[in-house]
Write a protein that binds this ligand. Structure first.
Ligand SMILES: NC(=O)c1ccc[n+]([C@@H]2O[C@H](COP(=O)([O-])OP(=O)(O)OC[C@H]3O[C@@H](n4cnc5c(N)ncnc54)[C@H](OP(=O)(O)O)[C@@H]3O)[C@@H](O)[C@H]2O)c1
Length: 240
């Protein structure tokens, strides 16, 4: 049997493409989601990939969910912390609720996802941690103080985990997508979207599959010496 991969937010958008790519590469995949049962059922019907519902912002639910995945599929070798949300507002209008929801999901959610699988990876002397950050965590973004702070924080998590896990055969890396044509981006007004595309040298949005291929590489044995790094996949929009 192949390695087991857990993809949070793996039923839609970028996560869906990651789940499918890892399945195609021979992994046994578990995909999680927050509440959209219909999308998750459709996804499972189309792919055969098992889905699990829990809120990544809640530690106890994440831990219990991960225990269930491991009971069903075996120890998790690859964890992709992909689930994320936006609650955009200019800073002077941003509410504490908007701040907290984004921090709880995008930053604490990564802790809640990786922490329960970390001891097993250390014991088995193998693990791949891949966090989906964002171009806006690298460069900041108007009306995204909350989102940019969490995505930037995710890079700090990865760089620190890389140092802690290296001797135990665990790598931790991030992918920073630019603007990808998922529901998250298609939900912004068309005028804003057009102006975003105007800022991308490639002249187009990215495809979820382009991010999925980065993840599959980082998960592979070929990427064993890549640790604490960030792959920027943004069509040339921003260089670090
Ligand atoms: N799209 C982009 O252009 C872009 C660019 C840079 C970075 N990113 C990052 O890439 C990741 C995926 O984005 P996307 O555009 O694919 O998002 P999406 O289409 O909105 O899908 C989000 C997925 O995450 C799940 N999710 C959201 N909140 C959750 C929670 N609290 N607990 C568990 N699952 C949760 C959703 O579950 P439900 O289906 O139940 O809602 C869904 O499966 C995010 O971290 C995002 O910040 C996206």
């Amino acid at each position: 049997m192949g390695r087991v991969a857990l993809v949070t937010g793996g039923s839609r958008g970028i996560g869906e493409a990651i789940s499918k790519k890892l399945q195609a590469e021979g992994y046994t995949v578990a995909a999680t989601y927050a509440g959209n049962d219909e999308a998750a059922a459709k996804f499972t019907e189309a792919t055969g990939i098992k889905t699990y519902k829990w809120n990544v912002a809640d530690y106890d639910s994440s831990k219990a969910g991960i225990e269930q995945v491991e009971a069903d599929l075996g120890p998790i070798d690859v964890v992709v912390a992909n689930a994320g949300i936006t609650r955009d507002a200019p800073f002077h209008k941003m509410t504490p609720q908007q701040w907290n929801e984004v921090v709880d999901t995008n930053l604490t959610g990564v802790f809640n996802t990786v922490h329960p699988v970390w001891p097993g990876m250390r014991e088995r002397k193998f693990g791949r941690v891949i966090v989906i950050s964002s171009i806006n965590g690298q460069k900041g973004q108007f009306a995204q103080v909350n989102y940019a702070a969490t995505k930037s924080g995710d890079l700090g998590i990865v760089k620190s985990l890389a140092q802690e896990g290296a001797r135990a055969g665990i790598t931790a890396n991030a992918v920073c997508p630019g603007y990808i044509g998922t529901e998250m981006v298609m939900a912004v007004p068309e005028k804003v979207r057009e102006s975003i595309i105007g800022q991308i040298p490639a002249g187009r949005l990215g495809e979820p599959e382009e991010i999925a291929r980065c993840v599959a590489f980082l998960a592979s044995d070929d990427a064993g010496f890549i640790n604490g790094s960030t792959i920027s996949a943004n069509g040339g929009q921003f260089f670090v």
